[in-house]
Each structure stands twice: as structure tokens, then as C-alpha cells.
Design a protein around this ligand. Structure first.
Ligand SMILES: Cc1ncc(C[n+]2csc(CCOP(=O)(O)OP(=O)(O)O)c2C)c(N)n1
Ligand SMILES: [Mg+2]
Length: 319
């Protein structure tokens, strides 16, 4: 691979950070220690990491009801997210957003929107602002496959196309919208075929290949920044966790699930690094141990952090 070892290990590290973060909070949630609900990102890590690794300072991403992976990939700390999940004032949204509204504009992530496709017009609007201000920044809009049948998706993507805005629309096709199989909801064979109706390029790529995703991100962002407009990128992947809390995934056929797990992005990339002698087992395990320590410290500090004062409830409201 034509990449420095340091860069490849940074991709691996970020994917493992997301996986371990999600696995840790799954138990905090199931044990009733963490409040609220969560939608998790296990299995889709290569998409957030591949795309966010191609971003620059000043670029912005939008996210969905499944935002933890996007936030970690964009550089929000595990601690600032965990504090938010515990509803603490020290969280990235002062504890007022919770899981589905994670974000930090200073880090280049608009607080996530849980309404399916709700962030599409917002990403388009931020890209319009970049263009009007003559900035070379770009927006990356992550959506699920379920978003493509929402009106907001059509309106947002069409407007981005018409005005050739610097935005990349990224569909994370994990084959399900909650428990509904994606290809029972559309007649097209590829969701990227929808790009034709907006007159923009559409591609379908392997969303479990982190380096491939990174390369597509580089190409489509270059296009966006140079005034050539948006691209619709469909990343094929699989959600190897439940849709949300306590979902046992009974609707995922056993053989489909088994083969998807064999294709999951982290083990695949790890095997690749080892086979190409780009890293040793010891080095990769040490990365995992570092991350375990980082997450444990974040959990400890989140649980110890102060709860918001009741009188703060009406602060930061937009009226
Ligand atoms: C407009 C709207 N309709 C319904 C919901 C309830 N809902 C939350 S997530 C979800 C499924 C979304 O599927 P997809 O877009 O494929 O994302 P994934 O969950 O697979 O990441 C639904 C129907 C919602 N949040 N917003
Ligand atoms: Mg989906």
C-alpha cells in the first residue's frame, strides 16, 4: 500500500477506538448505569474513519441518530462524548443533547440530528455558506440507507446539485432501516443510481475497506472543493449490532449475519496489516490496550463529573 505506516496505524487506531467505545457503553447501558438510549456503530467504522481522515480543519460533517462513530472519527474525545451520554455539564453539548445530538462545531461536527434525512438540507446549507463566503471548505453528510426515501433527502441533494455546492452525500448502506430490509423499499439495485436524477455522479463502494473509503473521500472532496459539485457515495456495510437498545436482530438471517461478520472492517484491516508486515501483533495489541485505558478513564471521569444544576435548564435556549 502506498501509505506511511503511521497513517495506516492511525486508521486502525480510530476504528478500534470506535469499536471499543461502543462495546463499553453497550454494557454501561444494559447494566442501567448509563441513562437514555443508544444507536451503535459496530461494523460501520471504516466509513466514518475513511471519510473523516480526508477532511481538513474548517470542513464540517453532519450525522444521524447513530453518531458516536462519526464524532470519534472527527476528533471529539471519548471523554467529551461519554460526559454527554451521562448528561453531565462537561459533555460536548453541556449534557443537554445526549446520544443522538452529539457534536461540536469547533471540531467540525454539527450536532447530530436524529430525524432521518434531517441533516441533508443542513449539510447543503452549510456548503452554500462555504460557497458564498468563497471558502474552500467542504461538508460531508452521513446518512443511512433509510434516508433516501425521505423528502428532505431529495430536496437537499437536488439543491446541492443545482448550485454545485461543496458537499459529499455519504449513504451508509447497512442493508436495514431499523428492521426493514433496504432492498424491499426501493426498486433500484444500487442506491447510488439515484444520483442520476440529480445529475451528479454516484458511486457504490465497499464501505468495509477503510483505505478504499479514504481514497473515495479524497476524490469526491477534491471535486467538491474545486466547484464541481456534490457526489453521492453509497458505502456497502453491515450493522453487526442491534438497531438500538436491546435489539436482538432476529430479522437478520443467520447466514447473512455470519458472512457479514467475516467481512467486518477491523479484523479485515488488521489481517491486512499483519499479512503485509506493516505492523506486528504486539504493536496492534498495544494500541488496543492504550484505547482501553483511555476509555476507562473517560468512563471514570464522566461518572464523577457534576450533574447540571436545575436552574441551568433554561440557559442556552434559542428563543
Ligand atoms: C423522519 C423519521 N422517521 C422515522 C424515524 C424513526 N427511525 C429512527 S432510525 C430509523 C431507521 C433509519 O434507518 P437508516 O436510515 O438506514 O439508518 P440506520 O439506522 O441503518 O443507521 C427510523 C425509522 C426518525 N427518526 N425520523
Ligand atoms: Mg440502514
Amino acid at each position: 500500500m502506498p501509505y506511511e505506516k503511521e497513517f495506516l496505524l492511525s486508521l486502525y487506531r480510530k476504528m478500534v477506538l470506535i469499536r471499543k467505545f461502543e462495546e463499553r457503553i453497550k454494557y454501561l447501558f444494559l447494566e442501567g448505569i448509563m441513562p437514555g438510549t443508544i444507536h451503535q456503530y459496530q461494523g460501520q467504522e471504516a466509513i466514518a474513519v475513511g471519510f473523516c481522515s480526508a477532511l481538513e480543519a474548517g470542513d464540517v460533517i453532519t450525522s444521524t441518530h447513530r453518531p458516536h462513530g462519526h464524532a470519534l472519527a472527527r476528533g471529539l474525545s471519548a471523554a467529551s462524548i461519554l460526559h454527554e451520554l451521562f448528561g453531565k455539564t462537561t459533555g460536548c453539548c453541556k449534557g443537554k443533547g445526549g446520544s443522538m445530538h452529539i457534536g461540536d462545531l469547533e471540531k467540525g461536527m454539527a450536532p447530530a440530528i436524529a430525524i432521518v434525512a434531517g441533516a441533508v438540507p443542513m449539510a447543503t446549507g452549510m456548503a452554500l455558506a462555504f460557497k458564498m463566503k468563497k471558502q474552500t471548505h467542504a461538508a460531508v453528510c452521513f446518512v443511512g440507507d433509510g434516508a433516501v426515501n425521505e423528502g428532505a433527502f431529495h430536496e437537499g441533494v437536488n439543491m446541492g446539485a443545482v448550485w454545485a455546492l461543496p458537499v459529499v452525500y455519504v449513504i451508509e448502506n447497512n442493508l436495514y432501516a431499523a428492521s426493514t430490509p433496504t432492498f424491499e423499499m426501493v426498486r433500484v439495485k444500487k442506491l447510488s443510481d439515484r444520483a442520476a436524477c440529480y445529475g451528479i455522479p454516484g458511486v457504490t463502494i465497499d464501505g468495509n475497506d477503510v483505505v478504499g473509503v479514504f481514497e473515495t473521500a479524497q476524490e469526491t472532496l477534491k471535486r467538491a472543493r474545486s466547484g464541481q459539485g456534490p457526489t453521492l457515495v453509497e458505502c456497502m456495510t453491515y450493522r453487526i449490532t442491534g438497531h438500538s437498545r436491546r435489539d436482538p436482530c432476529h430479522y437478520q438471517p443467520e447466514d447473512e449475519r455470519k458472512s457479514a461478520i467475516q467481512q467486518e472492517p477491523i479484523a479485515r484491516f488488521r489481517n491486512h496489516l499483519l499479512a503485509d508486515q506493516l505492523a506486528s501483533e504486539g504493536e496492534l495489541d498495544a494500541i488496543g490496550r492504550d484505547i482501553d485505558a483511555e476509555i476507562e478513564e473517560a468512563v471514570r471521569s464522566a461518572m464523577a463529573a457534576p450533574d447540571p444544576a436545575p436552574e441551568d435548564a433554561l440557559n442556552d435556549l434559542y428563543v
